[in-house]
Design a protein around this ligand. Sequence first.
Ligand code: 39A
Length: 205
Amino acid sequence: FSNSYELLIELKNKNLLENKPKYWWPNFGTFEVVVGAVLTQNTRWENVEKALNQWKMENENWRVEDIASLDPVFLAEIIKPAGFYNQKSKRLIALSRNILRDFGDFESFKENVDREWLLAQKGIGFETADSILCYACGREIMVVDAYTRRLLKKHGYEFESYDEMREWCERGVEENWDKLDSIYENSLNLCFARFHGKIVEFMKK
Ligand SMILES: Cn1cnc2c(N)nc[n+](C)c21
């Protein structure tokens, strides 16, 4: 493939997202995505799901108001399966408090947060920030990760930085948006959410 549009087309016909949530990340658009994005650092997704489900055994769902006022030792115990649980517990509580302090509630955070605010939060780097923007806030931004880097390297593409790789993935799709729009029968929204999901599922196979 000579650009990311051609890569997307090659992946499109492999049915990589069948029996997956519509936008790939479970509970897309909710605070649970924010928690999962922090928990998935340096561990396997299966461990994140275990941690997320531990909380949901006792609670309806993950709410920013609950986590903001939680005892860090108590939360660490719940998220233990995800690893680095003391550090991740402290960071999730601080992040939740800052969301309430700076935005008032999760809905307003979804609408108004930007990449700079996220990157200023302790323990949030490019991949975590972009996962939150894309899958919690529904922004058209491409998450790139070790899977993406490995796939592109295999096809001769190497990048100086995270952002250079992200821009390569976004540019090829944006330059061919009209072609994609007709292929997807004009239902082309959040295509980067699905594009990243296809890459992860392809590389895991
Ligand atoms: C949501 N999500 C984030 N990272 C993932 C992964 N590695 N594998 C599968 N899923 C669904 C994931």
